[in-house]
Write a protein that binds this ligand. Structure first.
Ligand SMILES: [Ca+2]
Length: 548
């Protein structure tokens, strides 16, 4: 009799777990770094990226996706929080608001203690949350500081001890923002950690990052999870140069054995496949290394398949900002326009969608897909992409996308026009000239120190102008790169306060239509549109959002 009761309980339990208690779905987000358009094989055939191509081809490919702020830190802030970066409340960010109230979205992002972001929300809803790779969104301040290496020898046990200590510190610190698992972490870029630079350990080791990603998936295969995999590829340092390095050189120092053997195909094999596919060696090391990044995507997908999770895991792929045409750090297409892919066979419909979407949509998409209601006090600027991914017609989808960086703001509309407003706050320029010149000289000296080859090109100016990021009179190095290297297409319009582009005819923004008499009505319409979008976010912006 007892036996029968036990059998009944076992059988009913199995029925429950099979149907009534339907498996909760998982999400994997690939958030890659500084990927130019030509590093996506499916976009123009230059790079060899079969796994990434497959994501686009068997899923929804959003061909008009945007990074609302086109540098690493605010782009990530917006993805994690679902908010425009100008909502940031960190002391560092607030400190840089001008006396007029103009916010300056740059690398000054930080998340506040207790502030909602998607990992925290998912964690509060029973999800296991994992993060691998580059953070770049502030420190909790709860676990002290990183230590300095005693010398520059990556093989010295004393150096390795410090590097390991720092890694543990990074992981603990980042976990404070809502993660159950953090591995192979970088607080910023490999080149931002002086200990890594000093020891030559400022290298990309995707094998190490992927090992942690796979461990996290394996550990949580029976529980719902969200994995945020923020690869350091394809940002500097030169990725192809790192691909040619010995895999025993890692951010944890020199290893006796490669750090994660077998997790990814051998490095020489990556080089061989890329070359056989005819990928050229590019100056910036990105094209060949795109195949390395592609192997990362392949390894994660293989693991999902092996564990039978591939039919229940939404994969989102987003590039934090582009680097085309020197556009990074601007509202130009070359920085802000990126591809986005969402994939889950059977749920997400294959095909291209041309709606305006952005990184701010990632958090709402995760919540919607997983059936999680975001907390009432969480401000979300984005919207769920799931209806678009299911192939539905969404008649009330946004008709304009807001972009913000430094002291420029822009709007892209569904008819594919862009209005870009560049306004230098009066408080920046209405100062003693000597003060301005002093800052200019300091900034220039820094640039010359970091990039000695610029000494011959860039000299002190009598009237140094602020540039799009609003960093220093005469420009910070990235701003100068934007404008004064390789003749970017927007070169002659860069300082125009009002810029209007027809992206259908002029996708690289060479011709400013703002002064063209035929486009005055359009310009006014676009200005109104931008004003309305500005009204929704904190901060003033000259006459487009005056102080009240
Ligand atoms: Ca980036």
């Amino acid at each position: 009799m007892k036996k029968w009761i036990i059998l009944f309980l076992v059988v009913s339990g199995a029925v429950l777990s099979g149907s009534a208690a339907k498996r909760k779905p998982n999400v994997v987000i690939f958030y890659t770094d500084d990927q130019p358009m030509d590093s996506f094989g499916f976009i123009n055939g230059k790079a060899h990226t079969p796994n990434i191509d497959q994501l686009a081809q068997s899923g929804t490919y959003f061909s008009r996706a945007y990074a609302t702020s086109s540098v690493c830190s605010p782009s990530r802030y917006s993805a994690l929080t679902g908010q425009y970066a100008s909502r940031c409340q960190s002391p560092q960010f607030r400190k840089e608001i001008s006396t007029e109230g103009v916010t300056k979205v740059l690398w000054n992002m930080g998340m506040e203690e207790g502030q909602w972001n998607f990992p925290r929300v998912m964690q509060a809803n029973g999800y296991k949350t994992g993060m691998v790779g580059k953070w770049h969104v502030g420190s909790s301040g709860k676990h002290g500081y990183r230590k300095s290496v005693p010398n520059n020898d990556p093989k010295d046990p004393a150096v390795i001890e410090v590097l390991k200590y720092n890694q543990e510190y990074y992981c603990k610190d980042i976990a404070e923002f809502g993660f159950d698992y953090v591995g192979a972490a970088f607080h910023g870029n490999p080149n931002d950690d002086p200990n890594l630079v000093k020891t030559g350990c400022n290298v990309h080791v995707p094998e190490w990052q992927t090992m942690h990603a796979l461990n996290f998936i394996e550990e949580n295969k029976d529980e719902p999870f969200v994995l945020y995999y923020a690869s350091t590829l394809l940002h500097v340092p030169d990725c192809t140069a790192d691909l040619k390095k010995d895999p025993r050189l890692t951010p944890l120092g020199w290893m006796d054995e490669p750090i994660a053997p077998g997790v990814l195909p051998p490095r020489e094999d990556v080089l061989r496949r890329a070359r056989e596919a005819g990928v050229p060696e590019s100056e910036n090391g990105k094209l060949i290394a795109a195949t390395w990044l592609d192997d990362v995507v392949g390894a994660v997908q293989h693991k999902l398949k092996e564990l039978g999770l591939d039919d229940n895991t939404l994969v989102i792929y987003f590039n934090d900002n582009s680097t085309d045409d020197q556009g990074k750090g601007s509202c130009y297409q070359g920085g802000a326009h990126v591809p986005m892919m969402v994939n889950l066979p059977g749920v997400v419909k294959p095909g291209e969608r041309k709606e305006l979407v952005a990184n701010i949509d990632i958090a709402p998409t995760i919540f919607d897909f997983c059936g999680v209601t975001p907390p009432e006090d969480m401000v979300l600027d984005g919207a769920s992409l799931m209806p678009l991914c299911r192939g539905e017609n969404v008649s009330d989808w946004r008709d304009a996308m807001f972009l913000e960086i430094g002291i420029t703001r822009a709007v892209v509309t569904d008819d594919n026009f862009k209005y870009l407003a560049f306004r230098v706050p009066e408080s920046y320029t209405n100062r003693p000239k000597e003060e301005i010149l002093k800052e200019h000289r300091e900034s220039l000296a820094n640039i010359h120190k970091m990039f000695p080859w610029t000494k011959k090109m860039w000299h002190e100016e009598e009237n140094p102008r602020y540039m799009h990021m609003g960093m220093a009179p005469g420009g910070h190095h990235m701003e100068r790169f934007q404008l004064y290297l390789n003749h970017p297409p927007f070169e002659k319009n860069y300082f125009d306060p009002d810029q209007l582009y027809d992206l259908n005819r002029d996708p690289r923004e060479t011709t400013n239509l703002a002064e063209n008499p035929e486009y005055q009505a359009k310009l006014q319409k676009m200005q109104k549109k931008l004003s309305r979008l500005l009204a929704d976010v904190p901060g003033t912006f000259a006459e487009l959002k005056p102080e009240e």
